[in-house]
Design a protein around this ligand. Sequence first.
Ligand code: GDP
Ligand code: MG
Length: 203
Amino acid sequence: MNNGKEEKIKIILLGEPSTGKTSLIKVYLNDKFTEDVPSSLSSSFFQSVITVNEKKYLIDLWDTVGQENYRSITQHFIRDTNIVIFVYDITEKHTFNEIENYWIDKVKEVLNDSAILGIAGNKEDLYEKEVVEEDKAEKLAKKIGGFFKKTSAKENPKEFKTFVKMLIEQFLLKNNKIIKGNNIILNESSIIEDKNKKKKCCI
Ligand code: GDP
Ligand code: MG
């Protein structure tokens, strides 16, 4: 855990079930996609370390497993988050609508101004079945002052990672931890511990 030297950055993934949240986290951690995410992998909390200009940050990456069905994710859990990534499935319109009509409001009620918001349009590999206009997602991201990226946990594992790194960089810039124009070197130094047994996100 935090030994007092490293600052923490808390990242949570929110959205409807089956949009690919767990898969995205898995590819973030392992760089590879597995078709069926076993339910035994019901972990909610992973930790990794990122180094930005030689300063270490602990990245707490929270998955919401199952709870999204019951929408029992507490305001308390969201409140101290630094980066929220809303995930929708580009082939399922309702998953986008729910971000627009439910998840954003839920987050905005409690989230602090220093946080960064991202929207991931996942399952980009199924582009032939895309039903959510990209333009709409981009506009929504703009409206909430956030960032949008299409992702595919399945076919482009690096893409989501790049998106997360960009959001971390934006968070650090927004909070004056780094200065724009400076050479930003963002390296992962180590991954990963599954902290699930020690903490739960949503009671
Ligand atoms: P969660 O409920 O939001 O955590 O979603 P999961 O990660 O469990 O994924 C739901 C289903 O979508 C699983 O069958 C995954 O294999 C599949 N899936 C996840 N990401 C992608 C993707 O980028 N492309 C495709 N084609 N399938 C995906
Ligand atoms: Mg899941």
